[in-house]
Design a protein around this ligand. Structure first.
Ligand code: TXA
Ligand code: MG
Length: 334
């Protein structure tokens, strides 16, 4: 009888290392979300990331390192400003986009001349990278466009029929993906907001001798070509998520229900509220697991009540919610 494949959750690093060295994939824990990793030296492994995720090749990958030295080897230039930011926020949920070194595979960078690098804080990720002896390219371990996984069980439910090894590092502490910034000699552009907020970057830069312009790609109001992965729809749960005005109660008004029904073209009878913890650290940590839990309750859609606070970590949370939403009934004022 043919045995059915299934993804296995493991705690031992040795088989994970062996698979990566052999050009296979392993799902790895990080402090932000779980990643789907391949060794950067294996073209076959890199191709498998795109195949398993059903990810288009135009969306570049983040390379995970376990030392500053390893990071510097991936770039053709390591500007003092990048070094300063790396020393401020690494290891941690912070990704630097810099000019790539020649040897970095274009499969990782989607043909771009820049590479995204992160030194994760999770001890298991660090230990594994050191064991493998080379950096690991890893996007979030979900099918393309879907909600990122923050536990081994989430990864398993994304790829139930693959023989993927999932290295168990517990639930992710942060819960939303890293902050991605591109850096030149005197500019920092935030391509994706995360736990390292614009405010924290500005604060750190007070110790930097020269003037630096810090800005967010989201405010440029262009289809930022610099952020190829910053697609409009992303992080989507299995049922529609709708952002409704703050004035809605926990039971949606009949009029709102009808609006959603007309816009989505499906009957909306049973709904459930995705309520956000008032503490943004907890709201971020719980966000994706709550989205997954509610998607399994058998309702027609989930909704979240908008609020105006986009300060600090809320900017990352609302960035994810707006991209995950099938419908926004109260677009934020610009
Ligand atoms: O927290 C994280 O960053 C997680 C964990 C696993 O480390 N990884 C993650 O990877 O979120 P992914 O593939 O889901 O998102 C990476 C994003 C891409 O969508 C893209 O926007 C950006 O990083 N990126 C990667 N390389 C880039 C480049 N060369 N230029 C601009 N943006 C880049
Ligand atoms: Mg992702």
């Amino acid at each position: 009888m043919a045995s059915l494949k299934s993804a296995n959750i493991i705690i031992d690093l040795a088989p994970a290392c062996a698979r990566l060295v052999a050009g296979e994939l392993v799902a790895i824990p990080t402090e932000t979300v779980y990643g789907l990793a391949a060794a950067i030296g294996s073209t076959e492994g890199l191709k498998k990331i795109f195949a398993l995720k059903e990810r288009p090749f135009f969306d570049p990958l983040i390379v995970h390192v376990a030392s500053f030295k390893e990071a510097a080897q991936l770039v053709s230039d390591w500007p003092p400003l990048a070094d300063f930011l790396a020393r401020s926020f690494w290891p941690g949920p912070f990704t630097l986009v810099l000019p790539k070194a020649k040897h970095v595979n274009y499969l990782i960078t989607s043909g771009l001349e820049t590479v995204a690098i992160r030194y994760p804080a999770h001890p298991i990720a660090q230990e594994l990278i050191r064991l493998v002896g080379q950096p690991l390219a890893a996007p979030s371990a979900n099918r393309f466009g879907r909600t990122s996984p923050t536990s081994p069980k989430h990864v398993q439910s994304e790829f139930p029929h693959s023989d993927l090894l999932i290295l168990d590092g517990g639930d992710c502490e942060i819960g939303v993906e890293s902050t991605v910034v591109s850096v030149t000699t005197d500019e920092v552009c935030i391509l994706r907001p995360g736990q390292i907020t614009e405010e924290r970057i500005r604060l750190a830069l007070k110790k930097w001798a020269k003037d630096v312009r810090v800005f967010s790609a989201a405010n440029l109001n262009i289809d930022a070509p610099e952020a190829p992965g910053a697609l409009k729809h992303h992080y989507m749960p299995e049922i529609p998520l709708v952002i409704v005005p703050i004035g809605e109660g926990s039971e949606l008004r009949a009029e709102t229900r009808l609006k959603i029904q007309n816009a989505l073209g499906v009957p909306i009878q049973r709904t459930v509220e995705l309520s956000l913890n008032p503490d943004p650290v907890l709201a971020a940590r719980e966000l994706y697991s709550e989205m997954r839990r509610l998607a399994e309750t058998g309702v027609d859609c989930m909704f979240v009540r908008s609020h105006d606070n986009r300060d600090g970590l809320w900017s990352a949370i609302w960035d994810r919610l707006e991209k995950a939403a099938s419908l926004v009934l109260c677009p934020p004022e610009s």
